[in-house]
Design a binder for this molecule. Structure first.
Ligand code: HEC
Length: 106
């Protein structure tokens, strides 16, 4: 009985620490992004649906992809007259939060 109990306890704790690691993960915080959305919404919409044909939809896009694109705009690897300027002042945390926001927004 004892062995079995320890075995169960181990998995219980492993599960809890797994959850903990999940919530403490460096992934972006959609709620924090709301204060950072600023000008983004003028073109991409608060719901991530582009306001004009030249503004891409971001709604539901994978956060990892959005993050990669924002970093590419920031570094100059990807260039666009609007986005290169928009991405310049963003920190890594800003980018993670914004990417997480647009992934989950509806
Ligand atoms: C003045 C309009 C404008 C503003 C403001 C703007 N964007 Fe953009 N965004 C664009 C355009 C245009 C593109 C497409 C660029 C291209 O064709 O390469 C784009 C592309 C993107 C992409 C890449 C999408 C993809 O599918 O590859 C991301 C991510 C993005 N914007 C995020 C943001 C965020 C976050 C903000 C606010 C910090 C923002 N944008 C502000 C116009 C804007």
């Amino acid at each position: 009985m004892n062995r079995c109990f320890h075995f169960a306890l181990f998995w219980l704790l492993a599960g809890i620490s797994g959850l903990w690691a999940g919530s403490a993960h460096a992934a972006g915080d959609p709620a924090a992004a709301i204060a950072k959305l600023g000008a983004c919404v003028a073109c991409h919409g608060a719901d991530g649906i582009g306001k004009a044909p030249q503004y891409p939809n971001l709604q539901g896009q994978k956060a990892a992809y959005l993050e990669k694109q924002l970093k590419a705009f920031r570094s100059g690897e990807r260039q666009d007259p609007n986005m290169s300027i928009m991405a310049k002042p963003l920190s890594d945390a800003d980018i993670a939060d914004l990417a997480a926001y647009f992934e989950q927004v509806e």
